[in-house]
Design a protein around this ligand. Structure first.
Ligand SMILES: C[S@@+](CC[C@H](N)C(=O)[O-])C[C@H]1O[C@@H](n2cnc3c(N)ncnc32)[C@H](O)[C@@H]1O
Length: 218
């Protein structure tokens, strides 16, 4: 059976990149950027940090990151899909951000020279094997004691909303042609993601539909 670690998920956005931002914002009722900022603050992002925006996609995290790091910080935005990365580049141009470097590369093959302070994985949890590989790769570019790794992703709420959210999530996943199913979201992010980080912290918000797990490199 094909494992997720062997699949090329970046290619799947060749069909959905045009509608990506709209769908993500629709699901979060237009509060996507606010939710990301909350995640970054929970994760311990600081002014002046160099941030790697892992699988940056269309750059939806960049405004939130910039609002914390300021012009003295830097973003290294990495994605393997050329359409998604082009959207991120266009966003940076429009906003006049000069402190962003774009890298078109699979995370697996990434080579950079500088150290990063903060690695942000937003909406790119695929499975434990694949994401653990990505974390171990990124850790090479981080200081073990001061580096921070932060995941921001969807979860199924544990409350009355669960049966209502499931068809909405199913629709979003279908619409985006995402590689996972609603069944895959029946997970315990606190344990699963927390298990691959050192000293993990966890929080959930937006009606228990969004999760942040942040910690240090192992
Ligand atoms: C759901 S989108 C998330 C984009 C962005 N982080 C956000 O929060 O909106 C997933 C992104 O992961 C990228 N991706 C998937 N596999 C990748 C890989 N192996 N290396 C780099 N990027 C990858 C896709 O191209 C896509 O842009």
């Amino acid at each position: 059976m094909e494992t997720k670690a062997k699949r090329n998920f970046a290619l799947e956005y060749d069909l959905s990149w045009r509608k990506y931002d709209f769908i993500v914002n629709l699901y979060q009722l237009g509060r996507d950027s606010l939710h990301r900022r909350k995640a970054l603050e929970f994760g311990g992002l600081k002014k002046g940090d160099t941030v790697m925006d892992i699988c940056c996609g269309s750059g939806l995290s960049m405004a939130a990151i910039q609002s914390v790091i300021g012009p003295e910080g830097k973003i290294i935005a990495v994605d393997a899909n050329e359409h998604m990365l082009a959207l991120a580049e266009a966003r940076a141009r429009k906003m006049g951000w000069k402190n962003v470097e774009f890298v078109l590369s699979p995370i697996e093959d990434l080579e950079i020279k500088e150290k990063i302070d903060f690695a942000f994985f937003a909406l790119c949890w695929y499975d434990k094997e694949l994401n653990t590989g990505w974390v171990r790769k990124i850790e090479q570019f981080m200081d073990r004691d001061t580096g921070r790794i932060c995941f921001f992703d969807y979860k199924l709420p544990g409350n009355w909303l669960r049966p209502i959210i499931m068809p909405l999530l199913w629709l979003e996943i279908k619409w985006l042609g995402e590689a996972y199913t609603v069944e895959d979201l029946k997970w315990e992010p606190r344990d699963v993601i927390g298990g691959i980080l050192r000293d993990p912290n966890y929080t959930a918000y937006f009606f228990d539909c969004l999760v942040v797990v942040a910690g240090k490199p192992v």
